[in-house]
Design a protein around this ligand. Structure first.
Ligand code: DC
Length: 201
């Protein structure tokens, strides 16, 4: 049976951790859709034209080891504003969302554009300061500063939220989970309770 859980929100709000935990709990598949944009961004850095890169994207491209780098994150955010890039990635995402056995889709526009019919939608967020703090702790050995990470988080939010094409915003029927003051376990428990209630509808 198909059952889609859409999890949208800004970078470093805890979406990825929450999505993986929810998928594991229900035995659903999980697609981190940011990886699609990162793979296109990485190809752009290799010199490939982004629309052509998106149209030729292969699942194997999602295994590249450099997709988590700051340079690729920056490139991903830039290619994500291109309408033709987004259009080229729609079918792959929708097919995954309706796979048998259920799917957790994590991204920015899943509940609003890719899967407006998703059975459950979440908007996972946290303050920019809390998100920068979390990201900074992950990057601590890289010589960057908290201020630089905060500026980066704010710049990426600004670009993701103000772009004309599928901007980051909660779907009207999304349940918001603000993780600023929640532990991972508390956020996961909230999400599971909402999903279980929907499954019984
Ligand atoms: O979640 P992430 O940091 O891996 O996302 C990388 C970039 O891709 C981010 O700037 C926003 C963009 N993105 C998007 O526009 N739509 C999605 N569904 C997922 C990510």
């Amino acid at each position: 049976m198909a059952f889609t859980i859409a999890i949208d929100g800004p970078a470093a709000a805890g979406k990825g951790t929450l999505s993986k935990a929810v998928a594991a709990h229900f035995g659903f598949g999980h697609l981190d859709t940011g990886l699609l944009y990162r793979a296109v961004g990485a190809k752009m850095l290799d010199g490939v034209e982004p629309v052509a890169a998106a149209q030729a994207l292969d699942v194997g491209d999602l295994d590249r080891s450099d997709l988590r780098s700051a340079a690729v994150a920056e490139a991903a955010s830039k290619v994500a504003v291109i309408a033709e890039v987004r259009a080229a990635l729609v079918d792959f995402q929708r097919a995954f969302a309706r796979r048998a056995g259920g799917a957790v889709m994590d991204g920015r526009d899943i509940g609003t554009v890719i899967c407006p019919e998703a059975e459950v939608k979440f908007f996972v967020t946290a303050s920019a300061e809390v998100r920068a703090e979390r990201r900074f702790r992950e990057l601590e050995d890289s010589g960057t500063t908290y201020e630089a990470v905060l500026a980066d988080v704010r710049a990426r939010d600004e670009r993701d939220m103000t772009r004309a094409e599928a901007p980051l915003k909660p779907a009207e029927d999304a349940v918001t989970i603000d993780t600023s003051a929640l532990s991972i376990d508390e956020a996961v428990a909230q999400a599971i309770a909402v999903i279980e209630a929907r499954q019984q509808d």
